[in-house]
Design a binder for this molecule. Sequence first.
Ligand SMILES: Cc1cc2nc3c(=O)[nH]c(=O)nc-3n(C[C@H](O)[C@H](O)[C@H](O)COP(=O)(O)OP(=O)(O)OC[C@H]3O[C@@H](n4cnc5c(N)ncnc54)[C@H](O)[C@@H]3O)c2cc1C
Length: 536
Amino acid sequence: MASEYDGIILGTGHNALVLQAYLCRCGLKVLSLDRAETFGGGLATVENPRQPGFWHNTHSFFHRALTAMPWYRDLQLEEQGAKYVEPELNVAMVLKDGRSLQWWTDFERTYESFCKFSRRDADALRRWRDEFRPILGGILIPEARSSPLPGELRQDLLSRSAPGRRLLEVAALSPLEFVEREFENDVVRAGLLFFNGLREVDLRQKGFGHSIPSLLASDHMAQMCVGGSKRLAEALVADIREHGGEVRTSAEPRAILVRGERVRGVELTTGERIETSGFVASGLNPQQTFLKLLDADVSGETLRKQASSFQYNLLAPLFALNLALKEPPKYAAAERDPELAKAFMVILGLEQFGQFGEIVAAHEAGKIPATVMWGACPTQFDSTQAPAGGHTAFMWEKLPYAVNGDAANWASLAQQHGEGMLKLWTEYAPNLAEAVIDSFVRTPLDTERSLPNMQFGDLLVGSFANGQVGENRPFAGAGRYRTPIDGLYLCGGSTHPGGNVTGLCGYNAARVVAADLNCPVWWNPPDAEQALRSLT
Ligand SMILES: Cc1cc2nc3c(=O)[nH]c(=O)nc-3n(C[C@H](O)[C@H](O)[C@H](O)COP(=O)(O)OP(=O)(O)OC[C@H]3O[C@@H](n4cnc5c(N)ncnc54)[C@H](O)[C@@H]3O)c2cc1C
């Protein structure tokens, strides 16, 4: 049978779609396949079946610095209807006594807010932000937007320049050590760790001390997609289709077909076989790709062992409470500071640094800790996500996947836990007592059920511990998007630079696949090695 496609991509998460869009613009005919009924994976916005017109972002919502991503510009996604807003009071951590620690898009306003807690810490914030701006722009951004460099070369290049050496020195710490060493105020420490740390990596993990200062140095903060996260997926798919690509949903792969030591196609669970003359790229996790979809004779013992050793984040799973409302949450603290009514991300329940130890210990024991939660009211910034006058809001909490030892326990715990979150939320925003029209919860088990690549509910699709970073993400030998199987590539969150909505896994994979297929690279990707060599 003649091969109809130059390439097939497994999954339609945003990384897969970014890869597909670049390759379609290279003139390749590429098909993507997803088991779900809708494309986009973590870019889901779903209509409330009981309350038509209320739309909920059941996976990702806060898209950090999305409009600064190179693919957003290269693919001209605004011409396909994508539009982002970045509210000015970007994050507010509201305390029980009504005070709040605030992050603004205008750094001077953030500085003022930190000064109310500690002038010394506000000065430290400014110092670290200034010091890390060239490190972020000159090293970390080019690195995130390129295939990872070999570890020894990276170390060597970094050690030749002052910013490189500084990065290595700070990175050697854990985020926890960084914050303990550099900041003194309990609220500031808790806020920095939560806002910048707990969401991304295990705070105790050495090698990540730079994560907090690099986030402080960023020009962009959390953004949201107008119309809901799904609008970004729709814009990507519109671009793909305009350039001849195909996106098929409700199509679950059963096997990756390999003949003569080269990938030849994909077989679906229906028995349908789809051939390719070029490549298969998997946006799924390593266990799905190498253990479930490849024949054991093809993958071999070493690869299977490496894939089965790939680990997931203990602290990543989220529990979500979603609300349909008559009016937005009105925080009592806004009586003292009216600006709070405009806050985008709101953090509740976090008062002091020591809570982190308790949260980590609870996760390790599979227990539910005292609630610390964060969320938003999307309709305050985008009225299209609810009927006229109505609002949606949500809160997320990090909770263990295997609660009380078994994820199945969520069936009996979820409803009650959601009620507890609403009770706590109402203490901060008393109008919620009367404003709720409808609510539903989503557990870490629901995350895994809807997106099985997020094993154990790990929304980052793989831990950053276990050495799973850079060229060793997901594991040595598959860390630059190529795999040991000829023609088989990886492009999802389990590759460098990792999970979250950055699209950079797909962006970096596009360059590798295009090079291997001798396609012209029509875009202008950065070169990490060159960037590091040019440091002085
Ligand atoms: C509750 C929640 C909140 C989040 N909030 C944020 C946030 O605010 N900001 C942020 O940046 N990130 C957030 N994330 C994380 C973010 O959604 C993910 O890291 C990101 O979506 C990963 O992208 P990806 O391209 O790897 O694939 P995914 O988005 O995970 O998509 C994978 C795709 O593969 C498909 N698939 C899975 N298994 C198969 C199979 N066997 N066969 C075929 N297809 C399959 C799925 O249906 C899906 O479409 C959140 C995640 C969750 C769950």
